[in-house]
Design a protein around this ligand. Structure first.
Ligand code: ADP
Ligand code: MG
Length: 729
């Protein structure tokens, strides 16, 4: 009798609501309370120290050691009023998770007593024993020389724990030789590059007052929430974050009754609790709702500057998991926790905004404004067109491979959706007919006449596009739900920076030759549109027709991670990143190595868990049932029942033997393939072997296991079933 599953079910069904109390009825009373924000800095720092931090944030100015001591002391005093006893540098190594190592403020003194201390040097730089973080050969393990360095542009915050709180200082993580070992260092470089390019284009052609700009990001986070007791007795969920086996439930999402439906009380209580924790950390959560699949939900904060938005998203995932525990839930951030139901993504809403308050991807009201809009709009399309493979690489992961192209998420083909209206605008721009009409209308600024008043209300929506224009921003939808968005944002902002720089050179060239500014800009944009049109697609991105059409257009459809990652180390990518001072070639090679390696590890772990489940859970259940059937047949025979009387039982017995044999053979095959793959020295080739030799056997094993789940007596099945995982709440 599989008691664990039924005990878990009992527990899941008997849970009561966990009471949640907000610090105040008004969020504004406690929003940001655990953040060393401007207000906290003003009250805890000297004027001199405050200015130094402000300049560091705004101008990227260096902070000297003496001031750093003052800042650290102020930060510590503030943190202690919020109950913190420890501090940590908080960074984002290439493991995908965030890393912390807590040190106490407490320091013993010579006279046998102790004081609370936090020095400037401890704030600015630390040397965690870095040897066990992925480095792709950049740093010899025996050296273990890497350091974390304070990123003043993302504010320090307090992480509350059940037994004490910790001051967290966002940092970058780099090798002593300067190479990045994390996500944040290259992200900051990419953001710097795009800002410079945006300011250059804006100030030169559109508005001299533009002296600063930022890339903005609003991250929609999808996730599954299931009962923790049920999740805990599924080794696959515990160890891999997804179910490797499981018969699809009789009712899935076919009724579409979950999307935007009413939120179950236990879930809502979790959400409120989680939002409170986020507000304290200054994460501006705005929306929550049910998603399409059963037990799937989404939350989204207001957009922020990219670096901050990503820190907040990393923090949000962490907070989510901690709060879920209090409510007896397990959060599944995996891209595809359940076969046959929708997976989860993390839509990245992205735009560019100037210090003059202009969203450069919002169509304006006048032709002049619209020239600026068209500039950034068309340059984005061109950038995506020219670097589609790199963008595809930026979202590649073992987990996301299950989701992309699975009829519910964007395919692995990169394309851009812009809507019928903007398509028309661009078509008009390049059509020769309207050009002659416009020429008649005005002899002086021919083309400017052609820029229509683009309506602000761009209501076209296409849920199937991986990269869609949604009125005043682009939405990169192919990013996976568990990913650190930095990968996607490093690439997107890097290609945009590079593209804008090229644009500037081309336009300046034409102006030098005597063309008027507007004309030059329009001419270059027209050329871009013509040469990157193939990336635009307005139809159903989930359909097979698009796969065929895309291939005709010469667009890539790279389905698996080991192949997709190759774009990181192509000649064009290396040049692009080097030209924009984001990665050198060594760093790219190292990252590539780490990502291939991580792919291998993920598949390797899944294979091992699957083998274990099949051998120690599925087959024993099958044999118990078969034993029961055999006893039944023997008993029937003994009382004189003839063959037709136990025919049905006999068929079950045979079927079970068939499936058990199939599982056993495929597990053996899988282990042999893993063994072979592990002996391949080249990391990429090893990853390819795991992808194409090992992984396909998962499906084989699963097929037979799911068939067994269908026929075996319910009481004997050990693993919580899909219907229980997805519908008990
Ligand atoms: P949708 O357009 O997908 O229906 P919303 O308008 O609610 O949904 O936006 C989704 C996300 O996009 C939110 O996080 C929102 O803050 C963000 N967003 C809105 N405007 C911008 C912008 N200019 N830059 C970046 N993100 C933005
Ligand atoms: Mg959206």
């Amino acid at each position: 009798m599989s008691t664990l599953r039924f005990k878990a079910l009992e527990l899941a069904q008997s849970r009561s609501l966990v009471a949640v109390s907000a610090p105040s009825n008004k969020v504004s009373d406690y929003f940001n309370i655990n953040v060393f924000n401007d207000q906290a800095m003003k009250s805890f720092l000297s004027k001199e120290a405050y200015e130094a931090v402000s300049n560091a944030i705004q101008q990227g100015e260096k902070i000297d050691r003496k001031i750093a001591d003052q800042i650290a002391a102020g930060m510590k005093n503030w943190a202690m009023t919020r109950g913190a006893s420890h501090y940590t540098h908080w960074f984002q190594p290439l493991t995908g998770a965030t890393a912390e190592k807590h040190d106490a403020f407490f320091e013993p003194t010579d006279d046998g007593r102790s004081i609370e201390k936090f020095s400037g040097s401890a704030l600015v730089q630390q040397e965690p024993d870095a040897s066990s973080f992925p480095n792709g050969g950049l740093r010899n393990t025996f050296e273990a020389r890497g350091y974390t360095a304070w990123d003043p542009s993302s504010p320090a915050f307090i992480m509350e724990g059940s037994n004490g709180s910790t001051l967290c200082i966002p940092t970058i993580f780099v090798a002593y030789t300067g190479e990045a070992l994390d996500y944040k260092a290259p992200l900051l470089k990419a953001l710097h590059a795009v800002e410079r390019a945006v300011v250059d284009v804006c100030a030169s052609y559109f508005d001299k007052n533009v002296t600063k700009a930022m890339a903005s990001l609003g991250i929609e986070q999808e996730y599954f929430l299931i009962d923790a007791a049920l999740s805990n007795v599924r080794p696959d969920l515990v160890l891999t974050g997804r179910t490797l086996l499981g018969l699809a439930p009789e009712k899935g999402q076919q009724l579409e009754d979950h999307y935007f439906g009413s939120i179950p009380p236990r879930v809502q209580s979790f959400m409120i609790d989680f939002e409170i924790e986020c507000y304290k950390l200054g994460i501006p959560l705005k929306t929550r709702h049910n998603e399409v699949a059963p037990s799937q939900y989404e939350c989204a904060p207001n957009f922020e500057e990219v670096n901050l938005a990503i820190d907040h998203n990393q923090l949000l995932m962490d907070v989510m998991e901690k709060v879920a525990q209090r409510h007896g839930f397990k959060v599944l951030l995996h891209e595809k926790p359940f076969a046959g139901v929708n997976g989860s993504g993390k839509h990245n809403n992205w735009s560019l905004i100037t210090n003059t308050g202009v969203n450069l991807l919002a169509p304006g009201k006048t032709p002049q404004n619209n020239l600026q809009f068209l500039t950034f709009f068309v340059n984005t399309i061109k950038a995506v067109h020219d670097h589609a493979d790199l963008l595809r690489a930026s979202i590649a992961s073992a987990a996301n491979d299950h989701r992309l192209g699975a009829n519910e998420a964007p395919p692995a083909i990169m394309s851009v959706f812009i809507g019928t209206q903007l398509t028309q605008v661009l078509e008009d721009l390049v059509s020769t007919k309207s050009k002659s009409q416009a020429a008649k209308a005005s002899k002086t600024s021919i083309d400017i006449q052609k820029i229509p008043e683009i309506l602000l209300d761009n209501t076209d929506r296409n849920r199937t596009s991986p990269f869609a224009f949604t009125g005043n921003k682009f939405e990169f939808r192919a990013v996976g739900s568990s990913a650190n968005c930095a990968n996607a944002m490093i690439v997107l902002n890097a290609i945009m920076a590079d593209q804008l720089k090229k644009f500037k050179v081309e336009v300046d060239g034409q102006i030098k030759k005597g063309k008027k500014k507007e004309e030059a800009i329009l001419d270059v944009l027209k050329g871009y549109y013509k040469s990157s049109k193939t990336i635009l697609f307005e139809g159903n991105g989930y359909g097979d027709a698009w796969v065929k059409e895309a291939s005709k257009r010469g667009l890539s459809n790279i389905k698996t991670t080991p192949e997709a990652l190759n774009a990181y180390i192509s000649g064009t990518s290396k040049q692009l990143f080097e030209r924009n001072a984001i990665f050198n070639s060594r760093e790219l090679e190292a990252r590539y190595e780490i990502m291939q390696e991580s792919y291998v590890k993920k598949i390797d772990i899944e294979a091992k868990v699957l083998a274990q489940l099949a051998i120690s859970h599925v087959i024993p259940s099958a044999l118990s049932y078969q034993q029961k059937l055999s006893e039944n047949v023997a008993a029937l025979k003994a009382i004189g029942v003839t063959k037709t009387g136990y025919d049905a039982q006999f068929k079950f017995i045979e079927e079970i033997s068939k499936y058990v044999k199939h599982i056993r053979e495929n597990v053996e095959k899988m282990i042999a393939e893993m063994d072979k793959a592990h002996h391949i020295a080249d990391t990429h080739k090893r990853a390819v072997a795991f992808c194409h030799k090992v992984k396909p056997l998962f499906e084989q094993i699963r097929k037979s296991s799911d068939a067994l789940e269908f026929i075996i007596e319910d009481d004997l099945w050990k693993l919580p079933k899909y219907r229980e995982l997805l519908f008990v709440k």
